[in-house]
Design a protein around this ligand. Sequence first.
Ligand SMILES: *Cc1c(COP(=O)(O)O)cnc(C)c1O
Length: 408
Amino acid sequence: MSDRAAAAIALEKRFGANNYKPLDIVIERGEGVWVWDVEGRRYLDCLAAYSAVNQGHCHPRIVAALSEQAARLSLTSRAFRNDQLGAFYEELIAVLRPAMPKAERVLPMNSGAEAVESALKLARKWGYERHGIPAGQAEIVVCAENFHGRTIAIVGFSTDPGSNGNFGPFPAGFRTVPYGDASAMAAAIGPNTAAVLVEPIQGEAGVIIPPPGWLAEIRRLCDAAGCLLILDEIQTGLGRTGRWLAAEHEGVGADLTLLGKALGGGLYPVSAVVGRADVIEVLTPGTHGSTFGGNPLACAVARASLAVLRDEQMIGRADAQGRRVMAALEAAALPGVVAIRGRGLMIALDLDARAGGARRYCEALAAAGLLCKETHDHTIRLAPPLVLSDEEADAIVATLARVFAELA
Ligand SMILES: *Cc1c(COP(=O)(O)O)cnc(C)c1O
């Protein structure tokens, strides 16, 4: 490691909170699927900032939108109107509508966790005011192994002890059922259920794809009970799985869909709750807000981020390249791999428990020029930017094959 890299790492360790365990690669530049470290070494980024960089690093059109808007107007607060917000709403609804007939209104926020929190507030308020739930009794059903962010309410219904240990007490009103279990879901939904909140594919849990028909069955259960279906597509949405929304694979439309990550093109945090007018309408002036939510810089960046996904056919590319990588992975029969799962460019490899842990693999892959991150102890996620070329897709599999053979 160079002195520069070592110095940067030493400063982080000396002055920073220790809530991450990053690989010791100090990145200073990015372009498309590639990043470069301070020593000038190039890596293919197979994490894409947890799908926040679907459009590729520093996409020129999004960078241009950001710098033009930053030079013109960045923040007004919602005390005044700005010229970007309405166009952002309209354009977001236009790209989602074919997949989500109930994409009628948008509530703009910043981080993903804020979009989730906002949806929980919406569901409760709607439950009391429009669904006849007695005061203080609203319930929201969630799934085990979920990941929805890091606020107190959200980690309170996480089942990961690392996420919620010693952070309580937590808000009441959440019920947890196993992911992919339709009968447990049916049993958990009752007259006081305001909403069901699920990820259409569980990302942080290790790219867990539920059984076919499960999401459609939840849709049916929510319709029968008259409660809301909230889909957290913060990681799965905006092309990652080869569709605008992962729920499209199941032909399901949510009442509220949560977006974040790639909505800001990897340049700026932008999130949103999109959904039914009669639900989002329960918010009236003064009942919810955010200083930065819907700011003109965020809106300009999000508009460009959506335009790039659409105009450069990135959704179709994710679908095609996902199939290419999956087929090549299956054919490569990588030693130490016991399962391969994926949809579009959201792919996971499960390692044999005797392989010595995914971390060791990620370190060796980084040394070979492929940046991957382990999720849990034995799973490696592959989620490169959607701008991946055929050659780059093949290079990922070739590098995996070489490194896995060395480590076997
Ligand atoms: C990343 C993520 C979040 C939280 O987003 P932040 O921007 O980190 O707050 C919520 N839900 C899912 C499914 C995510 O992947």
